[in-house]
Every structure is written in C-alpha cells, then in structure tokens.
Write a protein of this length. Sequence first.
Length: 588
Amino acid sequence: MTQPPNQPPHGGFGAPQDPQQPGQPPTPQPGYGYPQQPGPYGQPTQPGQPGPYGQQPGQAGPYGYPQQPGPYGQPTQPGQPGPYGQQPGYGYPQPGQHGHPGGPGTPPPGGGGGKSPFKGKPAVIIGAAVAALLVAGGAVFAVTSGGDDDGKKKTDAKNKNPKSSAPVNPGDGSGDGHAGKENLNAGRQPDEAKVLWYKEAPKAPGKGADAPGMWIEDGIAVKAAYKELLAYDVQSGKPAWDAIKLPQEICAASKQVSDNGKIVVAYKAGTKDGAKCDQLQVVDLKTGKPGWKKQIKEEGLFDSTLSLELNITDDTLMVGRSQSGTAYSMSDGDQLFVSRKKDEGTCFPAGFTGGDRMLRALSCGASTPTEHDEIEELDPETGKVKWTKKFPKGWRLEHVYSTSPTVLYATNEDKKQWNITTLKTGSSATRSEVQVDEDFAPECGWGGLGRDLQACAGAVADEKYLYLPTKKTTGANEVVAISLATGKQAWRAKSPQDTSMLPLKTLNGDLVAYVEPSYDGGGRVVSIGTSGSHTPKTLLKHPAGTSRIENGFFSKAIDYVDGRFYISQTRLSGTAQGREKLMLAYGK
C-alpha cells in the first residue's frame, strides 16, 4: 500500500508547518492555542460565547487534526547514493496503503513529507451542505503493448526454479551485487531481529523512475521497479517467479490487491516526454502470470491519461484520471461504468478511493459563488451513488484517512483551519469530529492527479479509535487514540526511542506501529494494547548494524506481515548506476 509528515497543529484546516530542509529532522513548531471556537461554516463565534455543540472558547473544535500537507508541496528527499547512504532525487514519496500488502503501500505507504500550506486549528463545519531491474529472475515474461486481449500472448518459458543473475543478499554475504558480499548480520545482538534479505534496484535512467507499490501475499513479496515486477520468497529472498518485464516504464500501480490475489500496473505508451500512462496490465501475485491488458481511452476533451490512479474495491478496478474515471472488472477486464462530470459539467471527479469502499471526490462550481467540494460513495459494480456529502465553500477535501470507518480530512486555506470528520456507517451523517489540541503528523504523499485521497500513512482507524502520530519536535513523539464516538482523546502512547512512531495497522485487537531508526540505531516494530497501560511492546528490534540502510529509504513503502517487516523504495533516482537500494526484509 505511500503521507507527508509534519502536519500543522490541528484546527479548522490547520496552517502550514514551517518548511523542513530535505534530510533534516522537522523543525520544532511553537504551540498554538485554540482559536476562537468556529461557528457554522467555520465562522468564529463571538468572544466569550460557547461555540456550536456546546463547546466553550478554548476547546478544540471538530476537525481538530493538525492540517495535513497539501498535495502539491512535497519536497524531494536528497541524499547520498549507494545501499547505505540516502539516495538522491526522490521526487515524491508514494506511500502504499498501510495495513494492506500494498503497504504504505500503500503504504502505503514513506519518509519524505509534504508541507501543509498553512497552520491553523480544528473547525466545525455546520449547515445543510454538510448535514445533507535488469532481470532479477531467470526467464522474463515479456508483455507486449497493445489493445484489449486476454493476456495470453506467447511468453518465454517460465523456469520452475527461477534463478537470479543478481540474487539478493540473504543477510550473510553470500549474494552478488555491490552489497551482496557484506554480512549484514555481523555483530547482531541477541535481542535484535536479523536481516532476512536485501535487494538492490535495477538500473534506472538518469531522470529517475517510479518503483510504486509493495504487495505481500501468500509468502511472496512483490515489488515494481522501473519496467519490471519482481517477486521474492519472504523468508529467503530467492526469486518466487520469473520477473515480468514491461515494454515501457511503470507509471502507476494499484494500492490494493483484489479478492483473488491480483494487482494492476500501468505503463507508458512510449519513451518520449509526455507519453501517456494508458497501458494497463493485470498480474497474479501468486503465480506471476500476466492477466488481461488494456489501453485506456480518454473520455472527452479535458480527460487526460498522462497520469493515472488505480484503486481496487471488491472485484472492481477504478482507473482515475484528471476529470473522470473508468471502472473495469478485475476478473475479465470488461468495462463496468464511466464516472463522468456531474450536473452538466459543474462537478468533476477529483479522486477515488479503493479498499472497503469506493469513494469519489468531486470539485464543483470552480470560480463561481457556489464553488465547493463533495464526496460520494459509489456502488463498485454499477457506479450508482449511495450518498453524497457536500462541503461549504472554501473547504477542500484533502485526504481520506480511512474508508471503513469513513474518516475525512479537509482544509480551509483562507481561514487557516482544518477538520477531521468521521461519518456514520453507510451515510453522509457526521458521527464525530476530532477535538484534540495537538500537532499531528501522518505522512501524506501526493499522486499524479494532484489529489491522492489515500496518500496518508500513519492514520489508522478501527471500530473504536482513530490513531494519529504527533509531530516530533525534540525527543520521542506519541500516538494518540481518538474516540470515534466523541472525537476526544482516549489515550496516548509514547515512542520507545527518541524517533517518530508511525501507526501501521491494527492486528488482533492491538495497534501495530513502526518506530523509525536513529542515525546509529535500528528501527523497530511495536504493538500497543488498546486497553491497559498502552505501553509499546517490541515485536521486532531491527539491528543497529543496518541502520544506515534502513535510514536511507526516504521515499518508502513499509509493511509488517506475519512477523516480518518490509521496507522498499518507491522512487529511484537513477544516479547510482544500479547500486540503489530497493527492498529490505527483517524477521526472526
């Protein structure tokens, strides 16, 4: 499944944070007192008077989450080339979806973060508008470009036991490649996890290349890199199936995995600048067999396939574009419906979600007195609208922190305010709004459409709580559990070391979080009980000896599956001549 760190203090669509220099820790930010309690449509109430819903001045209002960085302000993460230093040229982290094999995705799911355009406080939104590689495996599956077909073109014979010409380093120095001869587990302490395997990236062009997504399914870890899809056994790192080589570079990948274990990647139609990102290819994660492929048609004059966002809900793939989206059956590639402009062109699709619910954001009435945003839930089979939520003028829907429950993050740039709202199941009605006076900092990247709704890692929700990380200023940060029933803080947990702790997913009733490495110490994976003391319990303590490698993944996807932790690069700089890091796995 990638979310920019350093959100502004919460408030009605919080203000931007102070600029952060690439590769440097976040700049401490002065505390912000609660602004006057906002009234309807984010307007402040009179001094000394309680705000709507009985809130007193000085209390955090709904949408109290610190403002998240906007989709356009994300800096690159320069660094040093090579497997141990930071890599240069990481343009935009593309977190996969955390909590799913697409991991911060979707991770999704990494270290780089955009900056919010303003700082502010939580605000209440009221009114009718709201209430209403080089080949890493043996043989390569060559996928030819073209139009619709069943994906059964002739391919090279697949090796039953694929062997890599540049195998991963299994941690003991018996691999090949620049870092393959180094014993990555040398000096490992008894309480530290071990490096299961480490993989360098294929060569990428000097302008850089995408390496989106990361999927962990059925004992196989799959990673996209430039023009290839690579698969590794999760324990040994040996190739699980032959690499799939695409005709051109990969430009998008689905954050989610379909119910039958398939993903979709998009690749470009050519090599020229401005080549369209309009070629789709389905891949079975278990077998590595390519499925159906398709060329995307543009729908109308203002539709564009220069960039895509791919999201899967149930058996439906939604291909989102600049002002439209097309839904296809994951089973056979048949077109299901087209999501076009609404109300005679006054509302245009501005983003979609996948996972538990298919949501569609709409941008309506641009440059008119009725300009506003909307969000709708769509039936993934028919495209029929189940419910619609309208935002008042001036409020922009930035991110969807969760689709089940539905948790929305919106901002008002003019008022320097932000808002986090949880909706009731199956409707647009508000269940609660965050009322916590805190500077939260999930990591929110941005996608090719300008509004990647599910680009935030570190925002996790279950049936009872929304979990958000605070911004690290000095020392350890904290994770705050916010009641979805009231919008108020239920409890908080402090990072076990002086680095940031980022929520990943919930597992067996506990919250699982990633604690980032320090300059001379490894990261770790911890579990936090949702009852009792809420003291983080270490599941994996990563070795200090590989902290340089772990620290070098700035544009990253991360995930924790079946007792193993995975971190991978989502953007290749192309300047390290085949010596860039691609993926690292820890386990016991």
